[in-house]
Design a protein around this ligand. Sequence first.
Ligand SMILES: Nc1ncnc2c1ncn2[C@@H]1O[C@H](COP(=O)(O)OP(=O)(O)OP(=O)(O)O)[C@@H](O)[C@H]1O
Length: 208
Amino acid sequence: MIYTHGLHFAYHQSKQFSFPDLHCEDGETLLILGESGKGKTTLLHTLGLLIKPDRGQMVLDGRNLEGLTQKEMVQTRAQQIGIIYQKAHFVSSLSVRDNLLLANYLGAKEQDAQKVKYLSEELGFAGHLDKRPWQLSQGEQQRVSIARCLMNSPRLLLADEPTSSLDDNNCHKVIGLLKAQSEAIGASLLVVTHDQRLKDEFPNRVFL
Ligand SMILES: Nc1ncnc2c1ncn2[C@@H]1O[C@H](COP(=O)(O)OP(=O)(O)OP(=O)(O)O)[C@@H](O)[C@H]1O
């Protein structure tokens, strides 16, 4: 479960954001909608511990995330938070399989080959595990990036515009996969987007 209260972040004096308070229970979803420039990615980076808010409270699974050291932020992100970016970033010299196992390594967890098998079958790319990521289509790469963020069974899943470059059919498929997988591990799923197609897929919504 995640909740935030009074989050504020400023890039500089004239670029400040006061974000609405958020609350998302285990196994539930929250859609964060906003037009371009409203601070969606900034909020997602704050929740993903990539940047520190100037003030405000963030609580993940009962743990207050204020005042973490840089090292603790990196550890918490690797172990408890999965982030899906608009465009997937992989290590291009590693196979799809090793890119997934790398998430275990970075999260200081045992390499879980069974999980790679399970997720690749669930998400439909089991036949591509020994290929390099760049040999896969954009849609396949996106499914691999969903699998990668599930490798450590995070408590919080954050997705930044996961559907902006997808047609309607793939848009619904990707959201369906994300929701099913996050529910299966009891994580909170937060999606930031300006994609109005997603409004009907998420009962809980916040507007920036
Ligand atoms: N590193 C930065 N330094 C200064 N200003 C920034 C920085 N990153 C983003 N901004 C500004 O903050 C505002 C919000 O950016 P952000 O990327 O969070 O918006 P967004 O809602 O995700 O937009 P989009 O939908 O276009 O991706 C923008 O006006 C942007 O120019």
